[in-house]
Design a protein around this ligand. Structure first.
Ligand code: BDP
Length: 692
């Protein structure tokens, strides 16, 4: 067990479960016509059953008692078809049902399309492997369920902590790594149906014929699995390739260039998904360089892609100097994008990060959700843990994703959750993106537990109302053990892990306190970077009188970007959830918290709790040694040990810093930091991974 198999291990089932499953799949029968996609479904069922039962059942096309049958609506007699409510399955969903067919008792995997059959096959195998009921029906709530790889053509990965890029760009298109197929299987098992191959900080060369050929080779591997390929594009590509004299989106030559480019891409990749664009953000070129707007830029690309049914995913992550100047970086995306509501072409989605700053351990949901009812908004989560301890610290992100998706925007009546906003986007397109944590490491994600974040993203992109705990349990059962006690213990650790990270890094709504550049480790003292809003001190505002960023009317008034009912709640610290208190308020150190403790005491108790939680996870994992295979157990134990040390470092450095500013004594019984502040300020982390 080295983790390569991911959650698709198909481990042998214990005796009773094996006999039960055997009875549901004596043979595997395909009534649907052969196609690359139904071939993939048949192969996966064979593989899964061989693993779980010890022997692959025979395949064929004769229906017999105990057969597991793959059939599209069109392959079924009316009576069976009408009993299945297949209309609800749509073009990608499935129905898994025991039924009688041709006078025999069978288990039916039914769908309206080949890809529905593949998704249904994976769902059936997941249920079998995790011990869930085999009968179910499901259809995805969102259309585009997409991974964003921040992979560079030189195989480095921006914010990647799992080795190099899995795309061996140099070897492609002639040499096609077998791993690409396993990547496709893993994604299809979750319903992920798109992949943006390259970094949002894109290189112009990505659109050269050589790279399009490489992308086409990958698209060929992914196609049977329902996965479309997308590319991140650099807005100034035609100018940089010296094919136009400008990149102005209203210039006819520029428009014609993009049109030709799109036509060329579609000749090589007929089902190409479209473009992802980071423009006028962090130094990337964009339409504002020509005094044009995000709408001008996005709609130009949309016009080039529209004849081919391609989409533009235009990112709202902006805080460029050229953009609207505000006193609070958290306000900038809203200020720039909200005025454009309803003006983007129908094949444009605006891709919005979950929070208004930048993938912090905890952020309130982004105020754009619900504020642009005439524009399709797409969620962008970060699966790779840039700000949550890389791939060394365990932090299961299911609760983070769920917290954002379930948040009440207070827009609409009845009020919409963020998930509702995604799902009810106007027009045809809806979607969710996750910044991938996949690399060339044998276990794909750098650590075994980081696989769960890829998994949770995929499951929630399919169903944004999914439950993080149930997803963790299902993952743990497939990845480690079906045993109730073992999966329960694993799930328990996972469900605490993200909150532990919040506690030891940035509790109570603090944010952006990490080291410069590499973003590893604590550095709340940093105050000398080029832009004020790159400095941690800009965000936590620690002072003699208190701590926190005043985003109420007396401060930046960022709360006014939320719906009035929510803004009213956030205006008062008493009605602001404590977990985001210091995101919205600057409060005195002696402010009384709900617990009765002062803010100073409460803050410190969170750091202490984080350290305890990290140590507890270590102990819980140690106790699981007899139940987990040796290699994965040891690899995880080493990481948990390092996490406990990292938690201690964050706790000690932050407390030393806060104390140096507040001048307050430590509450009774609290251990002083191991070193003085100077020690922490001098720590350096050269060659920390992920800087790209
Ligand atoms: C930040 C990352 C940076 C990305 C940027 C983005 O540090 O590497 O380029 O997000 O999302 O969090 O564009």
């Amino acid at each position: 067990e080295d983790g390569y198999a991911l959650w698709l291990r198909y481990a042998p089932l214990p005796g009773a479960a094996r006999a039960q499953l055997q009875a549901q799949a004596r043979t595997v029968v395909r009534l649907a016509p052969a196609s690359p996609t139904t071939d993939a479904a048949m192969a996966e069922l064979q593989r899964g059953l061989a693993g779980m039962l010890g022997k692959a059942p025979a395949t064929g096309n004769t229906v017999a008692d105990g057969a597991l049958v793959l059939a599209r609506a069109a392959d079924l007699p009316d009576t069976v078809r009408s009993s299945l409510a297949l209309a609800d399955a749509g073009t990608e969903g499935y129905v898994l049902r025991r039924t009688r067919l041709q006078g025999k008792n069978v288990f039916l995997i039914a769908a309206n399309s080949d890809i529905g059959l593949l998704y249904g096959s994976f769902a059936w195998l997941r249920a079998a492997a995790s011990g869930a009921p085999l009968e179910s029906a499901s259809a995805p709530a969102l259309k585009l369920r997409v991974l964003n790889h921040w992979d560079n053509p030189d195989r480095t990965v921006e914010r990647g902590y799992a080795g190099q890029s899995i795309w061996d760009w140099w070897a492609l298109p002639d040499i096609v790594d077998a791993r690409y197929l396993d990547y496709a299987r893993a994604n299809a098992s979750l319903g992920i149906n798109g992949t943006v191959l390259n970094n949002v900080n894109a290189k112009a060369e990505m659109l050269s014929p050589a790279f399009i050929a490489k992308a086409a080779a990958l698209a060929g591997v992914f196609r049977p699995y329902g996965i479309r390929v997308y590319l991140s594009v650099r807005f100034s590509t035609p100018l940089e390739l010296k094919e136009t004299a400008t990149a102005d989106p209203l210039d006819p030559q520029v428009r014609a260039w993009w049109q030709r480019e799109a036509d060329e891409i579609y000749r090589a990749i007929p089902d190409f998904g479209g473009f992802l664009v980071k423009a006028n953000s962090e130094g990337q070129p964009g339409p504002q360089d020509y005094h044009r707007t995000h709408v001008d830029g996005a709609n130009m690309l949309a016009a080039a892609l529209a004849p081919h049914n391609g989409a533009v995913m235009w990112r709202a992550f902006v805080y460029a100097p050229g953009g609207t100047k505000t006193d609070d970086r958290a306000k900038q995306a809203y200020d720039e994008f909200k005025p454009f509501d309803g003006r983007f072409a129908p094949n444009v989605l605006v891709q919005v990060k979950n929070g208004a700053i930048d993938f912090q351990p905890r952020e309130p949901f982004h105020p754009l959700f619900g504020a642009m009812p005439r524009t399709p908004l797409m969620m962008e989560f970060q699966i790779t843990k840039e700000y949550l301890g890389f791939s060394t610290d365990m932090a299961y992100l299911g609760p983070l994703f769920q917290e954002t998706l379930a948040a009440n925007t207070h827009h609409g009546s009845p009020p919409l959750s963020v998930a509702d906003v995604l799902q009810q986007a106007p027009g045809k397109l809806t979607g969710m993106a996750g910044v991938a944590n996949i690399g060339s490491d044998r276990n794909w994600s750098g650590s075994h537990f980081d696989q769960a974040n890829w998994y949770a993203f995929g499951r929630l992109a399919w169903n944004p109302r999914g439950d993080a705990r149930a997803i963790a349990d299902e993952w743990a059962a497939q990845t480690f053990s079906r045993d109730t006690a073992v999966r329960g213990a694993v799930t328990g650790m996972m469900m605490v892990s993200r909150e532990a990270v919040v506690n030891y890094m940035t509790p109570l709504g603090l944010h952006h306190m990490m080291g410069t550049g590499h973003h590893h480790g604590p550095a709340p003292w940093v105050d000398n970077l080029e832009r004020p809003d790159w400095n941690p001190v800009y965000y936590h505002r620690t002072a003699r009188d208190g701590i926190g960023f005043d985003r109420t009317a007396t401060g930046s008034n960022a709360i006014a970007q939320y719906a009035p009912a929510l803004a009213a709640q956030l205006a008062d610290p008493r009605t602001t959830p404590e977990q985001v208190l210091l995101w919205f308020h600057h409060l005195p150190w002696d402010y009384r918290m709900a617990s009765g403790r002062t803010l100073w005491q409460e803050l410190i108790s969170h750091y202490d709790r984080g350290v305890r939680q990290a140590r507890d996870m270590q102990a819980q994992w140690a106790a699981l040694a007899p139940a987990i295979d040796a290699r994965r157990h040891a690899e995880t134990a080493a990481r948990l040990q390092r996490q406990a040390a990292n938690a201690q470092l964050w706790r000690d450095a932050c407390i030393a810093y806060f104390q140096s500013v507040s001048g307050l004594p430590l509450p009774a019984g609290v251990a002083p930091p191991a070193h003085d502040l100077d020690h922490y300020r001098k720590l350096r982390f050269p060659y920390a991974p992920g800087n790209g």
